[in-house]
Design a protein around this ligand. Structure first.
Ligand SMILES: [Zn+2]
Length: 118
């Protein structure tokens, strides 16, 4: 088991910055119609483990399908750092692990997440 630790991350231009406490054990490649275009790799955390440090007003909120996930992206640089939503009645945040600072993507397994069926 990887231990949970504090990670910082954010978008490309630096307006959106966040912190998250989690153990990233795998990166989920979602097969939904949007993620398959975007190439985000996700890890899911409880809402309480996530803190948006800056950039709330910089986010554009994009919704589609059942509108239960808020797919946010930075309106300046376009990078998706995270999405907020309710998964199985729990408020969760899906972090795009590609936006974590100093994160070694080669150190984790990439698995398929069946977002298409949600
Ligand atoms: Zn940005």
């Amino acid at each position: 088991m990887t231990e949970a630790k504090l990670h910082a991350g954010g978008c490309h231009c630096g307006k959106v910055r966040y912190e998250v406490t989690t153990a990233v054990e795998a990166a989920l490649g979602c097969n939904c119609s949007m993620c398959s275009k975007k190439g985000s790799l996700l890890t899911f955390v409880d809402e309480g483990a996530f803190t948006l440090k800056s950039g709330e007003s910089e986010l554009t909120d994009y919704q589609f399908n059942k509108h239960n996930i808020h797919h946010t992206f930075c309106r300046t640089c376009g990078v998706t750092s995270f999405a907020r939503g309710t998964f199985k009645d729990k408020k969760m945040v899906a972090i795009n692990v590609r936006t974590l600072d100093d994160f070694d993507l080669d150190a984790v397994k990439v698995k398929v997440f069946d977002g298409k069926s949600l």
